[in-house]
Design a protein around this ligand. Structure first.
Ligand SMILES: NC(=O)c1ccc[n+]([C@@H]2O[C@H](COP(=O)([O-])OP(=O)(O)OC[C@H]3O[C@@H](n4cnc5c(N)ncnc54)[C@H](OP(=O)(O)O)[C@@H]3O)[C@@H](O)[C@H]2O)c1
Length: 257
C-alpha cells in the first residue's frame, strides 16, 4: 500500500521524487526500492524524517508498536500523520507517538488503479488546511469521503474495505454458473465482466432507484424473475446484511485501542 501511495502521488505530480522519503527497515527491500527510483530510501530513525510535513503509516497494525518507538524520536511536532492501518484507533496512535495530529483512513484495493474508495476521519487538533492536504493526497488514489465519527470506520471496513472481495466472490460464481451451463470459461468471464461494468455505469449515471432498475430487467414471469425468486428463497438479501454485520463486528473485535 505504501508503494501504491508513493506511485500515485508521483503520477499526479502532487509531490516529486526529491520530496518523497520511503522508510524501509529491510536491507534487501531497501535495495529494491532504491532501484525503483521513486524517492529517497531511508531507515526508520533517519533524521530526514524530521523535515516531513506528512508521514504515512502503511505497516501492518502489529508492526506499529515497534515502529512507533523509533518514529517518536524523529517526528516533527507540525507533521500530519496519516494512518491506513486497519483497526488502529487514533487515540492509540496518538499515545504511541506522543503526537496529536492524526488522520485515520480506510482505503480499498482498487487504489492500485486510482479507482479506490477511501473514507477518513481526523483528530480534532488538525486545522482545515492540514485535512485538505491529506485529502488531496488520498484523492490521487480514487474517491474520498470524510467521516465525523471514527466509530463508523468499522462499517466502512465491512462495506468498502472488504467490498472488493464480495464483488470478486459474486463474479466468480457468475463465471462458474456460465461454465456449468456449457459456456467456455473465457466466454463466461467476458459476459460476467461486461455485464457488471455496464450495470454499474447504468446505476452510476441514471436516475432510477435500484428497485426500479431491478424491475426494468425483471419482467413478469420471465427469466430474471426466475433467478431473483431463487435469490429470495435463499434469503440472499438477509445473508448479505448478516455478512456485512459480521465483518463490522470482526473489525470491532480486531481494533487496537
Ligand atoms: N491491502 C489492502 O487492501 C488494505 C486495505 C486497507 C488498509 N490496509 C492497511 O494498510 C497497511 C499495509 O497493508 P499492506 O497490505 O500494504 O501490508 P504489507 O504488504 O505487509 O506492507 C507493510 C510494509 O511495512 C513494512 N514494515 C513493517 N514494519 C516496518 C518498520 N518497523 N519500518 C519500516 N517498514 C516496516 C513491511 O516490511 P516487511 O515486509 O519487511 O516486514 C512491509 O513492506 C495495513 O495496516 C493494512 O491494514 C490495507
Amino acid at each position: 500500500m505504501g508503494l501504491i501511495y508513493a506511485n500515485s502521488f508521483l503520477r499526479y505530480k502532487i509531490t516529486s521524487r526529491e520530496n518523497l522519503l520511503l522508510v524501509e527497515k529491510n536491507a534487501e527491500r531497501q535495495k529494491a526500492l532504491s532501484a525503483m527510483d521513486i524517492g529517497k530510501v531511508v531507515m526508520v530513525n533517519d533524521p530526514l524524517i524530521r523535515a516531513c510535513n506528512i508521514l504515512i503509516l502503511a505497516v501492518k497494525p502489529q508492526d506499529f508498536k515497534e515502529l512507533s518507538v523509533s518514529l517518536k524520536e524523529v517526528i516533527d511536532p507540525a507533521c500530519v500523520v496519516l494512518s491506513i492501518m486497519a483497526g488502529t484507533e487514533i487515540s492509540f496512535i496518538q499515545t504511541a507517538l506522543g503526537h496529536p495530529l492524526i488522520v485515520r483512513a480506510m482505503p480499498n484495493l482498487p487504489v492500485e488503479i486510482s479507482m479506490g474508495m477511501t473514507a477518513f476521519t481526523s483528530s480534532k487538533e488538525l486545522v482545515h488546511e492540514q485535512i485538505m492536504l491529506v485529502e488531496n493526497l488520498l484523492s490521487t488514489t480514487g474517491r474520498t469521503l470524510s467521516l465525523k465519527d471514527e466509530k463508523q470506520l468499522n462499517a466502512v471496513t465491512a462495506l468498502s474495505g472488504s467490498g472488493p472481495a464480495y464483488f470478486f466472490y459474486f463474479m466468480k460464481h457468475l463465471v462458474d454458473a456460465g461454465v456449468e451451463m456449457g459456456l467456455d470459461e473465457h466466454v463466461s468471464s467476458i459476459l460476467a465482466k461486461q455485464t457488471m461494468l455496464g450495470a454499474f455505469h447504468l446505476i452510476n449515471n441514471g436516475q432510477k432507484s435500484l428497485d426500479a432498475y431491478i424491475t426494468s430487467v425483471a419482467s413478469k414471469g420471465g427469466t430474471t424473475e426466475a433467478a431473483l425468486k431463487t435469490f429470495e428463497e435463499g434469503n440472499m438479501g438477509k445473508v448479505i446484511i448478516e455478512a456485512l454485520k459480521n465483518a463490522e463486528k470482526r473489525a470491532e473485535e480486531l481494533s487496537v485501542k
